[in-house]
Design a protein around this ligand. Structure first.
Ligand code: IDP
Ligand code: MG
Length: 163
């Protein structure tokens, strides 16, 4: 096998996936296109996407780690208040990189030139969700998507994004 192809296959074999969701406020404010654009332009690969109103049961499970927080009930209500765009993106270090692109959870104010930094003011209306680790991404993808809803394919841009 040629060396470049071998290298590329090695990179793709270590590729991660992340669960991203444009939240109800992001959908209502017309920010779906802008958020998708960030991930597309970065070079990540979209492998699943759907437009749904998540059930309260799914959301309670999704935010189970926050069940004792004072904002849990409000968070589930907010996330259930309208449709969301749930997505799965794939790429090298996609989880860590996405958290930077998103802007990280920061009640005191989001970093500029991040999605939250550009589009949000308060943490409770922060328009986008992204898994915080590879393990939670796997778990979230499993509860938001059926395996058949994810598509395995090779982007024709792959050789121009990875060396
Ligand atoms: P993350 O979304 O950056 O991983 P988490 O701490 O897991 O942050 O919180 C999940 C979600 O809960 C946040 O995205 C935000 O919508 C909401 N949230 C977090 N902290 C607060 C808060 O102090 N008040 C209201 N909502 C909050
Ligand atoms: Mg989290």
């Amino acid at each position: 096998m040629d060396v470049e192809l071998e290298q590329l296959e090695g990179i793709m074999a270590t590729c991660e996936r992340i669960s991203i969701a444009v939240k109800p406020d992001g959908v209502q404010r017309g920010l779906v296109g802008d958020t998708i654009e960030h991930f597309e332009q970065k070079g990540f690969c979209l492998v699943g996407m759907k437009f749904i109103q998540a059930s309260e049961d799914l959301l309670k499970e999704h935010y189970i780690d926050l069940k004792d927080s004072s904002f849990f009930t409000g968070l589930v209500k907010y996330m259930h208040s309208g449709p969301v765009v749930a997505m799965v993106w794939e790429g090298l270090n996609v989880v860590k990189t996405s958290r930077v692109v998103l802007g990280e959870t920061n009640p005191a104010g989001f970093k500029p030139e991040t999605i939250c930094g550009d589009f949000c003011i308060q943490v409770g209306r922060n328009i986008i969700h992204g898994s915080d680790s590879v393990e939670s991404a796997e778990k979230e993808i499993g509860s938001w998507f059926y395996p058949g809803e994810l598509v395995d394919y090779k982007s024709c841009a792959q050789n121009w994004i990875y060396e």
